[in-house]
Design a protein around this ligand. Structure first.
Ligand code: NAD
Length: 501
């Protein structure tokens, strides 16, 4: 596989979008946007990929009404039948995994070595929730002396799914698959920076036999189409992945219609390395968890907390490795880091380089643009930072690591918990008791001890503090997409108080 052959294949896949644009898909039909179009450009060379249908409140209304009309039949379908459709969607994803990965790399700048796996992970998400569909409605019996309580779950109704531009295909499947498995119908509003693979997913679902109106796609901008989706009365819940600030706006926008919300938001995740850790493995994990996926990863460990006794050596080795990371064309199989998604994001990341320097931290690696076309930056490392500096507190969401040092466990914990976020935490130590004590006190929704981020789909995924509300994964996803019902049957003639008798 060479870069040239990758580019030729990509070109064939993109030809139809260059000609016809990227359309919405509402009620099983292609649809123009009532707001006209917008353009999507590749971060690799800033070239135009395609025009995209620009949805507005009018299109969202049509999509929400289609989802509402399709809901009763989809919800009434047996779990086994929903399971079969979802497996067919997974088959379709696997069959087109190469196309999905090529498009995703070109649209987002993510390196092929990660995106080829992310496409397949999308199929895995569908298969996992497909298998849970038949039992999604199962309830409990909770007997008392006088009553038999029977609980059951039913899908909440049509839901909105709003996704970001980082690994957009995989994240969309992570939100959409459980909604469909539960029996909900969906209106999906993907990020405006990365519309390509959401269109592929909608097409694959339709080809797999998902009935019209069950999954609707409306492209458009957040403050426009996104906002309308969160305000629509037919939409019962919003599954959202994106920035914490946007989550807070969505909560306000959804208040009038009492939306149920599920938020997977930002992070400033610590990786804590104690001096008794396996240093080689810790070093590999620290580098992987901030520079893979261009650092545009909610679970990235963007704050390194390293114990003073080993800090100098650890940081020196880090600098050496970071300077050797291969930045290049995302479709080149050798590339480890591609360009950042968009100029606005490039500006944000480089702005934090200036802030780091101005605040007195040491720029130990990277920080500069690569080339003069596309949004490439060298992987960046700051050392000598202090916990309250902006580069140690705010989410940069790029290949940007801030290194801090600590004396002892108490100080490490204080620093680790000192940000507004609480998505993940990573801990490197061979002291079992300390690992247990520290992970208990760490404010994070997900913690990995002596490991990088390795996902197991049945486990709960989500954050605390400003990093989110709710959990995905296994039955936690169904808790969000379904309503609980309890019915109490009297078992006899228990005493009823007689008023006015
Ligand atoms: P963003 O919040 O800017 O946008 C996300 C989506 O929300 C987009 O589709 C956008 O159009 C839409 N949107 C924007 N304003 C809206 C509004 N007022 N109403 C409704 N929708 C609106 O986020 P982004 O820049 O695309 O993504 C990066 C962020 O996502 C980072 O903060 C990252 O940490 C977070 N993220 C979190 C997770 C997680 O699981 N916790 C996973 C991936 C990304």
């Amino acid at each position: 596989m060479t870069l040239q052959t990758q580019l030729e294949k990509l070109d064939r896949h993109l030809a139809r979008f260059r000609e016809g644009g990227i359309l919405n898909l509402i009620d099983g039909k292609d649809a123009e946007g009532s707001g006209g179009t917008f353009q999507t450009h590749s971060p690799v060379d800033e070239s135009l990929i395609a025009t995209v249908a620009r949805g507005t409140a009018t299109d969202i209304d049509r999509a929400a009404e289609a989802a509402k009309a399709a809901f009763p039949a989809w919800a009434a379908l047996s779990g086994d039948k929903r399971k079969a459709v979802l497996h067919r969607i997974a088959d379709g994803i696997e069959a087109r995994a190469e196309e999905i990965a090529l498009c995703e790399c070109w649209d987002t700048g993510q390196a092929w070595r990660f995106m080829s796996k992310a496409a397949l992970r999308g199929a895995e998400n569908f298969r996992y929730f497909a298998d849970l569909a038949p039992s999604a409605r199962d309830g409990k019996t909770l007997p008392t002396k006088d009553h038999l309580n029977v609980t059951s779950r039913r899908p909440i109704g049509p839901v909105g799914v709003i996704t970001p531009w980082n690994t957009p295909f995989m994240l969309s499947t992570w939100k959409i698959a459980p909604a469909l498995a539960a029996g909900c119908t969906v209106v999906h509003k993907p990020a405006e920076f990365s519309p390509l693979t959401a269109r592929l997913l909608a097409e694959i679902a339709q080809e797999a036999g998902l009935p019209p109106g069950v999954l609707n796609l409306v492209n458009g901008f957040g403050e426009d189409a996104g906002r309308a989706l969160t305000e629509h009365p037919a939409i019962k819940a919003i599954g959202f992945v994106g920035e914490s600030r946007t989550g807070s706006m969505i909560m306000k926008q959804g208040a009038d219609t009492l939306k149920r919300v599920h938020f997977e938001l930002g992070g400033k995740n610590p990786v804590v390395v104690f001096d008794d850790a396996d240093i080689e493995r810790a070093l590999d994990a620290v580098i992987f968890m901030i520079y893979s996926l261009n650092g545009e990863r909610c679970t990235s460990s963007s704050r390194l907390l390293v114990q003073e006794s080993i800090a100098e050596e650890f940081q020196a080795r880090l600098v050496e490795r970071v300077n050797r990371i291969r930045v290049g064309h995302p479709l080149d199989p050798e590339t480890e880091m591609g360009p950042l998604i968009h100029k606005t994001h490039f500006d944000k990341v480089t702005f934090y380089v200036d802030i780091g320097k101005a605040d007195g931290a040491t720029l130990a690696a990277g920080g500069m643009r690569v080339g003069d076309k596309g949004w490439f930056v060298r992987p960046t490392l700051f050392t000598g930072a202090t916990p309250q500096m902006r580069i140690a507190q705010e989410e940069v969401f790029g290949p940007f690591l801030t290194s801090l040092t600590f004396r002892d466990e108490a100080e490490a914990l204080e620093i680790a918990n000192s940000t507004a976020y609480g998505l993940t935490g990573y801990l490197w130590t061979n002291d079992l008791t300390r690992a247990l004590r520290f992970s208990e006190a760490l404010e994070a929704g997900m913690i990995w001890v002596n490991s990088e981020n390795v996902r197991h789909l049945p486990t709960p995924f989500g954050g605390v503090k400003a990093s989110g509300i709710g959990r995905d994964g296994g039955d936690w996803s169904f808790e969000f997409y379904m309503e609980q019902k309890n019915t109490a049957f009297a078992l006899g003639n228990h005493k009823i108080q007689r008023l006015g008798a």
